[in-house]
Design a protein around this ligand. Structure first.
Ligand SMILES: Cc1cc2nc3c(=O)[nH]c(=O)nc-3n(C[C@H](O)[C@H](O)[C@H](O)COP(=O)(O)O)c2cc1C
Length: 144
């Protein structure tokens, strides 16, 4: 049985809503999924999961949140991502998605196999369409 883990940071709940909707999509495919705030996550959770989603809004000036998410992602640089499926997601506001483009490039350097090459980004709070896109991403992650 495959294991799915979704690890995210969220300050005002938008990225958290995305995480929960992605989890619903994964679950609808019959796969167990754990949704964890990055503050409570550890590297073993990543090593032991075949299906992974990482979420973080655009913070600072187009960077990952710096106290928890940035060091956590940095700690994954030596993880063996072969055989794992990975998705990136997050909320933003006034930018053009630069933080996600940089994050995608970085995860590719780490060897991650991204199911969505652009990362799923949603401006502020996801509306119904946004939630459905998150669920669809979860279903895509869960596919063989
Ligand atoms: C300190 C801070 C820095 C931010 N920097 C950016 C930014 O550089 N680009 C951008 O598009 N949005 C930026 N935002 C907006 C957030 O990405 C946006 O409010 C997002 O919906 C927050 O997601 P969350 O509810 O999951 O915390 C920033 C917000 C805060 C509070």
């Amino acid at each position: 049985m495959k294991k799915a883990t979704i690890i995210y940071w969220s300050g005002t709940g938008n990225t958290e809503m995305m995480a929960n909707a992605i989890a619903e999509g994964v679950k609808s495919s019959g796969i167990d999924v754990e949704v964890v705030r990055v503050e409570n996550a550890n590297k073993d959770m990543v090593i032991n999961s075949e299906i992974l989603a990482f979420g973080c809004p655009s913070m600072g000036a187009e960077v990952l949140e710096e106290e928890f998410m940035e060091p956590f992602i940095e700690s994954l640089s030596d993880v063996d991502f072969s055989g794992k499926k990975v998705a990136l997601f997050g909320s933003y506001d006034w930018g053009d998605g630069e933080w996600m483009r940089n994050w995608v490039a970085r995860m590719k350097e780490y060897g991650a196999n991204l199911v969505d090459e652009e990362g799923l980004i949603i401006r502020l709070t996801p509306d119904e369409e946004g939630i459905n896109n998150c669920k669809a991403l979860g279903e895509q992650l869960a596919k063989e």
